[in-house]
Design a protein. Structure first.
Lengths: 358, 484
């Protein structure tokens, strides 16, 4: 079976302001690379046309007051937070982005494709039930997860590896007993949320696993967290579906963060997630693009690495060019793994009542 | 004077147009290609079409072709070596000459294809590999990918592999032509029906593919004045059905050896039967030589037609074929032709090739479709080559921040910082200048079209610092304004 890629040229239209980091080139450069690699001609790839999310789909994740607020400011535009402006007509792009995520999951559940990558923007994981911000208006992953749940597949695991904590996604599923939210994010970075102690509430207690990592965390840190926490938690939770908030802003070249993941690190992490989905839920996995701002440097080939892993293509060419090696050596923090191990010890104490694997 | 020469599989057709007078000649290739070329006179515009280099291409085994690819970070490619060019055309990693030398030292291959990712934006790494390669390979057997635009890396690799094998043959044809018309510029026809210079063909010889079929369409258009029809070309080896739209063939992409390439084919359907097809108990889908009616030794479809009552060539020589078999052969041919025509549902069929005057009335009677068989139909291909105009495409990548301009894979100095409109204007002027330099009349350079355009801003620290534009702009093929 093939890997679906959701994409539409309209994803290039949304622009907060021309010089904003979340701008159209984020996808334009990636498309440039995908065209050069002729990814659309690969027999294992299927392009999926998105549609706009419906109001019902949006209201399954966001409350009516917030949605009405977005609808209200759509005509004239307004600032949602200090970093996020909703220009006039922005809602159409936000709905197409959320709808793209829903379409990706629909294609997976109809077995049209084995798994899928929604190459969408604007991103979503900072948008909560009643708020937006952090470049996000609607929570694409949350809207997709609710659509999956409403189709009868209740148990969903979310792996959020964006460098920023997905405060919006956490907010939406914090009390949900059927959604396991795991987040690896750079500590003390925007939005400042995501400490280990925030473990869920009520019936959702233990199902919110925050893993803040120090600046300079590289492939070994992410591999450790996959093996030590994410995979065992998934195996114990036994989801019907795995959703990935695929932020590509933890690459060592990203200008907005200080992490040090490599393209190969991303590819390996995605391969492990794919293997986990094969083991637990018939391979049902959908990745949705979140952040990633090294738009012309690494973002294109990191996105390619994600696609190659999803499609089971040969990963031996996924690497960094020689000229990036000094920067990688500079960015990697040799103590990051040690610090992360201490964080995991703390995490295990917080979660020891909820998980057998701990 | 306009001279068009189509080198086909069976014959070479020559058309000379002088003072509103068209003279055509068909010369069997069995007499040798030199025999045909000796009839060409210098002067005026001379153009050639031939699909023969690619038609004769035997896809060689992996051991005979050395492939060097420079993929940088990305999907794995056969023949990958160190080196990387970024999306912006910067060198992010140089090649390792020692690695390349080791590969060349160990291979017994005689042909070399060099292809780098994003080489169309910066060919320097391909050129560095080429420099090393000259100590190991004959330059006539080396092809580089950066001249091939508008397609992705895998297709460029596949096309470069083909070009490595075609380059020597193409250079050889040009050398023979040059020896007959020394100090005379000449053109090659491409698959889009337009003409280009030999130098441009040597960089991407795959452009010769389907040029003979394109020539037939241009000739049919010129001889009839009709823009839209199905052109049915009855040759010695095959019968081709080629839809003509707005006076031009329709393009398709071609797969060679299972890989997508830049080779542009023409939408066409080909039956393996023509005037020289062998007749035994029925019509056989191959040719062995010239018909009895033309002094040859073989019983062919042409001879069967003579037995059925037509008078082609020395028709009395054809009488050795049984009448009943001849009728069976004719009916089975017409049956196949009717089926092929029905694929295109045409309102009008233009017949070309030497059997067109004989067979087209019969085909019209069977299908009920109007036909047209123009004068000189038997050499419409050569006429098409003679009257065609120069067509050119520019694949442009412009990066205003880095002050880089790449045109058809070759780096140029941009004339200052250009707006989108200024860039288009500059490229259109360059196109016209190149076409005029090749001898095009100014009227042939007016039909310029933007095939594709993509642009976005470069932002640094929340400030716009430049713009990246990908543009493909062309002078379209067609009949030259100078053609009488």
């Amino acid at each position: 079976m093939r890997t679906g890629i959701v994409y539409h040229t309209d994803y290039l239209l949304h622009e907060q302001r021309p010089k904003h980091p979340e701008r159209r080139e984020r996808i334009a450069y990636t498309l440039d690379l995908l065209d050069e690699e002729e990814i659309w001609e690969e027999p294992g790839i299927k392009k999926i046309e998105p549609r706009m999310a419906t109001e019902d789909e949006v209201l399954a994740a966001h409350n009516e007051v917030y949605f009405n607020y977005l609808t209200g400011i759509d005509k004239k535009g307004a600032d949602i937070d200090i970093n996020t402006y909703g220009p006039p007509g922005f809602l159409k792009g936000a709905l197409l982005s959320a709808g793209g995520a829903v379409c990706a999951a629909e294609a997976v559940f109809s077995r049209e494709v084995r798994n899928a990558f929604a190459l969408v923007r604007p991103p979503g994981h900072h948008a909560g039930r009643s708020f937006g911000g952090g470049f996000c208006y609607l929570n694409n992953v949350a809207i997709m997860v609710r659509a999956v749940q409403n189709s009868g597949y209740k148990r969903v695991m979310i792996i959020d590896w964006d460098a920023h904590h997905g405060n919006g996604t956490e907010d939406i599923f914090y009390e949900d007993p059927d959604v396991l939210y795991t987040s690896v994010h750079q500590s003390s970075l925007f939005p400042g949320t995501g400490p280990v102690k925030d473990a869920g509430y009520g019936e959702g207690k233990g199902l919110n696993i925050n893993m803040p990592v120090p600046p300079g965390s590289s492939d070994n840190v992410y591999r450790y967290l996959m093996e030590e926490v994410i995979i065992p938690a998934g195996e114990e939770f036994r989801p019907d579906f795995i959703a990935i908030s695929a932020g590509q802003d933890n690459h060592f070249t990203d200008p907005l963060t200080s992490l040090a993941l490599t393209a190969r690190g991303y590819a390996d992490m995605m391969s492990e997630a794919v293997a986990l989905s094969d083991k637990l839920c018939n391979g049902r996995l959908t990745a949705v693009l979140e952040g990633g701002y090294g738009v012309e440097g690494a973002l294109p080939y990191v996105n390619l690495a994600i696609i190659a892993s999803l499609a089971g293509l040969d990963l031996s060419g996924i690497r960094e060019p020689a000229s990036y090696e000094p920067l990688l050596r500079y960015e990697v923090n040799d103590k990051a793994l040690e610090i992360t191990k201490k964080m995991v010890s703390k995490l295990k104490k917080v979660h020891s009542d909820y998980w057998n694997f701990i | 004077m306009f001279t068009g020469i189509d080198i086909g599989g069976t014959n070479t057709d020559i058309a000379v147009i002088r003072n509103n007078n068209i003279e055509t000649e068909k010369i069997s290739n069995e007499k040798g290609i030199s025999s045909a070329f000796s009839k060409i006179h210098s002067g005026g515009k001379i153009a050639f079409s031939t699909s023969q280099p690619l038609n004769r291409l035997m896809v060689r085994s992996a051991g005979e072709i050395c492939i060097i690819t420079i993929p940088g970070p990305g999907l794995r490619r056969e023949g990958a070596v160190k080196g990387a060019v970024t999306i912006r055309g910067d060198v992010a990693e140089d090649i390792d000459p020692d690695e390349i030398k080791q590969i060349f030292g160990e291979t017994s291959a005689e042909y070399l294809a060099i292809a780098g990712k994003f080489s169309t934006r910066n060919p320097v790494l391909e050129e560095r590999v080429h420099e090393v390669a000259l100590d190991y390979f004959c330059d006539d057997r080396i092809a580089l990918s950066h001249f091939i635009g508008e397609i992705g890396f895998p297709s460029r690799i596949a096309t470069t592999i083909i070009n490595a094998q075609l380059k020597e043959v193409t250079l050889g044809i040009a050398e023979i032509i040059g020896s007959y018309i020394p100090e005379q510029d000449f053109f090659f026809m491409k698959s889009d029906g337009g003409l280009t210079s030999p130098d441009m063909i040597f960089k991407n010889p795959s452009e010769l593919y389907s040029s003979s079929q394109a020539a037939v369409v241009l000739g049919a258009k010129y001889l009839t004045g009709i823009d839209d029809a199905l052109v049915m070309d009855i040759g010695g080896t095959t019968t081709d059905f080629i839809p003509m739209k707005n006076g031009l063939p329709e393009k398709t992409m071609v797969d060679v050896g299972g890989g997508r390439t830049d080779i542009k084919g023409i939408r066409a359907l080909s039956l393996p039967f023509g005037g020289d097809s062998i007749v035994e108990d029925g019509l056989l889908p191959f040719r062995e030589g010239v018909s009895l009616a033309f002094g040859g030794k073989f019983r062919t479809f042409t001879d069967a037609l003579n037995v059925c009552g037509y008078e082609i060539g020395n028709f009395r020589s054809s009488g050795v074929i049984d009448r009943e078999i001849s009728e069976i052969v004719l009916n089975s041919y017409l049956d196949e032709v009717s089926k092929a025509i029905s694929v295109f549902s045409p309102n009008l069929i233009i017949g070309t090739g030497y059997l067109a005057p004989v067979l087209m009335p019969e085909i019209s009677a069977i299908t009920g479709i109007r036909i047209s068989v123009p004068e000189h139909a038997e050499s419409a291909n050569a006429v098409g080559v003679a009257v065609s105009r120069v067509s050119l495409s520019m694949k442009v990548h412009y990066d205003s921040e880095k002050k880089k301009l790449s045109i058809n894979g070759e780096l140029r100095q941009p004339p200052g910082k250009l707006t989108d409109e200024e860039l288009i204007e500059f490229c259109a002027a360059e196109l016209r200048k190149t076409a005029l330099g090749l001898g095009s009349p100014p009227e042939d350079c007016e039909d310029i079209e933007i095939q594709s355009f993509r642009a976005y801003d470069v932002v640094r620290e929340r400030a716009g610092t430049g713009r990246i534009v990908d543009l493909c702009i062309s002078i379209l093929p067609g009949i030259s304004a100078e053609a009488p």
